[in-house]
Design a binder for this molecule. Structure first.
Ligand code: GLU
Ligand code: ZN
Length: 516
């Protein structure tokens, strides 16, 4: 890597010299999202790795908002980003809403600075103004396509303008952009902690990319490099899709005479089909996981294992543990596969670790939203919730499961469709008999307790020569309208004798109407 380490930074802002020796330097890492959409689970993985690395190293975690693409940036995405980080409990040491001595941390508030640095590169002969019109660039691209030219991208037309030509264009008021002079010969390389040395021929790098747009806004490359340098970033951990930008960034550091940070591009996050994780696979927005009732601790735990592992066996990590044990050495090269089932499994485990009272508080909003509970819940509903906790805690995979699981206790439910009442290989007439038998048993033995009831149902099913499941199935459907209710007899007990028998009767009547 040929990087000059002379600092020739004329900025009046904070600057820091960076040592490329991670044993002595104090770590400063950043998460630098562009708020152009909802916070994606892959972005959160990047944020978490940076955050844990900073904590484990006793360094600083910085949040920087890369919003120079003003057309795609939205306030909603910015709010969504803050909400996601807050919900997960990832706090930053420096950044928007918190401040710090390297601010501002929102790139659009730094454009004057970016502009100044771009001008400096022009003055130093490392970059140049390009006056080409969009029409010319468009015609150039079409011509390249038509002739299937090996030359792709900008033809460096303005790189070789004479001083007189430049002056004339400048005076005519022709808008211009600033482009980097990418060397036409040679190679550019950088070391990646995970991937090793990555080398690219300069002639394969985008010929003379735009650094400053005609509206005076920096492009991602310019703003990203300047801000990482000025903010004293020591390690860049970001998604692997940024590897192709690496050589260009190195050229920029060279052009400025700055030492680049260390790089560690993170393994891809994929769906089970080996494709980059996307909406096709399921939810990808943190907001959706939150709404569905994933716990932040489960999400943090699971996402931290996407491309990182402590050893071959340990699966459960609290955030505090990760803040201690996270290390770059344990990041895997292989892509992380996002397994929704596994996340659900983690979530179920974390739900079971909750204190019942805390779980109840988490579940109430789902039931209110669903219309099952009053807001706030009545005393009776609250007491019912308390008795429910031991029954549901074992069974919930997501908080949102509570609605389907327990709605029948809080509201009237429609009489199920007959298809949902009739056991496999049975019919309406037989099911009516089963319902009547069950109702009689419940009526007779209700006060003798769950064990006695269960035993009575078992005996009866044997007498009838059917499985216990076939006898219970229509009862469950009639009384709860749900396939995932808590254990049946407990559910019925909470529902109460009267409502139970009434629902069974309604179901039997509905089937009766179909038989006639
Ligand atoms: N703003 C870029 C993004 O949205 C940051 C990439 C980087 O970390 O350098 O991913
Ligand atoms: Zn040009």
């Amino acid at each position: 890597m040929s990087v000059s380490s002379t600092m020739k930074d004329s900025s009046t802002m904070n600057d820091s010299s960076i040592m490329n020796d991670s044993s002595t330097m104090s770590v400063r890492v950043r998460y630098a999202p562009s708020p152009t959409g909802l916070q994606h689970i892959g972005g959160i993985r990047t944020a978490l790795f940076n955050y844990f690395f900073a904590r484990a190293q006793g360094g600083k975690f910085i949040l920087r908002i890369e919003d120079t693409d003003q057309e795609r940036t939205t306030d909603e995405s910015l709010e969504d980003l803050f909400a996601a980080l807050e919900w997960l409990g990832i706090d930053w040491d420096e950044g928007p809403r918190r401040g710090g001595s390297y601010g501002p941390y929102i790139q659009s508030e730094r454009v004057e600075l970016h502009r100044k640095y771009a001008e400096q590169l022009v003055a130093d002969g490392k970059a140049y103004r390009c006056y080409c019109t969009p029409e010319r660039l468009d015609a150039l691209r079409k011509e390249q396509e038509r002739t299937r030219s090996k030359e792709k991208g900008y033809d460096r037309h303005c790189r070789n303008l004479s001083k007189a030509e430049r002056d004339e264009l400048e005076q005519s008021g022709q808008p211009s952009v600033i482009r980097l002079k990418v060397p036409e010969e040679g190679k550019t390389a950088f070391d990646d902690i995970l991937m090793g040395t990555i080398t690219r021929k300069n002639r394969d790098i985008n010929p003379d990319p735009v650094l400053l747009k005609s509206d005076g806004f920096p492009t991602y490359h310019l703003a990203n490099v300047i801000d990482d340098h000025l903010m004293g970033i020591t390690h860049i951990m970001r998604a692997q899709e940024w590897i192709p930008s690496g050589p260009l960034h190195i050229l920029l550091y060279e052009a400025f005479g700055w030492t680049p940070p260390l790089y560690c591009h993170l393994p891809m996050v994929m769906g089970k089909d080996g494709q980059k994780l996307s909406k096709r696979h399921g939810s990808t927005a943190v907001r959706d996981f939150r709404r569905d009732g994933y716990l932040p601790e489960a999400l943090i735990n699971y996402v931290s294992l996407l491309g990182w592992s402590y050893d071959d066996k340990t699966e459960f990590f609290t955030r505090e543990e990760l803040e201690n044990v996270f290390s770059l050495e344990k990041i895997n090269k292989a892509p992380g596969v996002f397994d929704y089932k596994k996340l659900e499994w983690f979530n179920g485990n974390y739900i079971r670790m909750k204190k019942p009272e805390a779980l109840k508080e988490l579940l109430i909003p789902y039931l209110i939203e669903d219309g099952a509970l009053a807001q706030p819940p009545t005393a009776g509903q609250d007491a019912l919730l308390d008795s429910l906790m031991p029954l549901v805690q074992e069974r919930l995979k997501k908080l949102s499961d509570i609605s389907e699981m327990t709605r029948f206790l809080f509201t009237d439910i429609p009489v199920p469709e007959s298809a949902d009442l009739i056991p496999k290989k049975s019919d309406a007439v037989k099911t009516i008999e089963l319902l009547n038998t069950a109702a009689a048993l419940l009526d007779a033995k209700w006060d003798e307790g769950i064990d006695v009831l269960e035993e009575a149902f078992r005996e009866t099913s044997e007498e009838l020569g059917i499985g216990l499941g076939a006898l219970l199935m229509p009862v469950r459907a009639a009384a709860t309208g749900s396939r995932i209710s808590p254990p049946l007899f407990e559910s019925l007990r909470l529902l109460g004798k009267e409502r139970t028998l009434e629902r069974i009767q309604l179901a039997a009547e509905k089937l009766q109407q179909e038989v006639q």
